[in-house]
Design a protein around this ligand. Structure first.
Ligand code: RM4
Ligand code: MN
Length: 395
């Protein structure tokens, strides 16, 4: 840490950094081979709020929770919103789900049959109504749409159906709600997905309307893809809306953030920190980006995994803020390749944990949230309190 000025600057930026937790990250999940249930898993949406609120209580940095519909459906959305607020939370994004119903075998918004597309559109309307009732900031659309075999359907026809449908969804957005469009190269569709990459998502967002943006899920790229460059380009176009934060080794593994490739995470945040300081389109865009987590904890305990992820987010954000931008810029201009790369490496190699511990202490938070949670006995008490009933899962 270079000086007090840096510490105050990083601290102020950490105050503004808000993580959004996924309700589904607290449910029992697994792979297609096995779901390993965990003790103390929430049994309903209210208990998912309790778990998200626990992560926020220990970290002070995760006051938002994303919901997934229909997994989180309740009778009274106003009551859920009030319940979230009582727990110190707000509802973040509403995630649509058009990938688990029998009718969606050939897709949803891109389905060849208009009746199925209309059904998917009714679901999107329901999600818009939920966004309005809960005060959510976004409707996030990730589709399972695609095909499994060459020739199964017509790429261009599917594109046009999807384009029209997303424009119609955009027209139904409540005021102040963004449409976040997510891409993914494969799975569940295995030959092609209709929104396979950031270019397709950008195209669809542009067609949909002014409140549409692109979501970058860190697990949704082919190997070797330069994600920080995608982030930079989307920022420059004013079209980056949000992240689905996680990490992966092979596929869409939804592992804890920064657990496999922390340097990549730093390089992504470096682009955001550079843009956030700018007075142009990229700056406005960067300051409105939502830091959503999209993790599924298959065998690791869920609340500790989420606390760990929020800490990782803060650490890598702080490192990105420490990049000496003047030195970097000078090195870039003079063609000093090693110097430019060193400006990044120096920031990345800085141990920011003591600074963040001081930031926490000044706010009455535990200096090590993970250790404090593990020592609290809360996990054991929750396992006893939730012994009865049916734990929540992906249905
Ligand atoms: C998808 C995608 C979505 C998430 C679902 C559960 O792969 O990442 O964002 O809502 O999983
Ligand atoms: Mn995602």
């Amino acid at each position: 840490m270079s000086n007090d000025f840096d510490e105050a600057r990083v601290g102020a930026s950490l105050d503004a950094l808000v993580a959004e937790l996924p309700s589904w990250g607290f449910s029992n999940t697994g792979t297609r081979f096995r779901v390993f249930p965990q003790p103390g898993t929430p049994r309903d949406t209210w208990e998912k709020l309790d778990d998200a609120a626990t992560v926020h209580r220990y970290t002070g940095a995760a006051p938002l929770i994303s919901l997934h519909i229909p997994w989180d459906t309740v009778d009274d959305w106003g009551a859920l919103r009030a319940g979230a607020e009582e727990r110190g939370l707000h509802i973040g994004a509403i995630n649509s789900n058009t990938f688990q119903d029998e009718d969606y075998r050939l897709g949803s918004l891109a389905h060849p049959d208009g009746a199925v597309r209309a059904k998917a559109m009714r679901h999107m309307e329901e999600c818009c109504a939920i966004a309005s009732a809960t005060g959510a900031h976004a409707l996030k659309v990730w589709l399972g749409d695609g095909t499994n075999y060459p020739g199964q359907d017509d790429f261009r026809a599917r594109k046009r159906r999807l384009q029209d449908a997303l424009r119609a969804v955009h027209d139904r957005l409540p005021g102040g709600v963004r449409l976040l469009i997510e891409y993914k190269p494969y799975e569940p569709a295995l030959y092609h997905t209709d929104i396979q990459d950031w270019g397709m998502a950008l195209l669809l967002a542009r067609h949909a309307g002014e409140h549409a943006r692109v979501v970058v899920d860190l697990g949704h790229h082919a190997h070797g893809v330069n994600i920080e460059q995608i982030v930079a380009i989307l920022l420059d176009e004013g079209m980056l809306g949000a992240f689905d934060l996680n990490d992966r080794k092979y596929g869409d593994d939804d592992l804890m953030l920064g657990s496999i490739n922390p340097y990549q995470l730093f390089l992504i945040f470096n682009e955001l920190a550079a843009a956030a300081a700018a007075g142009d389109t990229a700056g406005t865009c960067a300051r409105a980006v939502a830091y959503m987590v999209d993790q599924a904890h298959n065998i690791e305990p869920k609340i500790p995994a989420m606390i760990r992820t929020v800490m990782t987010l803060q650490e890598h954000w702080a490192k990105a803020l420490l990049v000496d931008r003047a030195a970097l810029c000078a090195a870039q201009r003079s063609g000093d390749i090693v110097g430019a790369n060193t400006a990044l490496k120096d920031a990345y190699d800085t141990d920011v944990r003591p600074l963040i511990a001081r930031w926490r202490a000044a706010r009455g938070l535990p200096e090590d949230p993970l250790r404090a949670y593990l020592d609290s006995g809360e996990a054991e008490a929750r396992a006893v309190a939730r012994r009865e009933g049916v734990p929540a899962g992906w249905s």
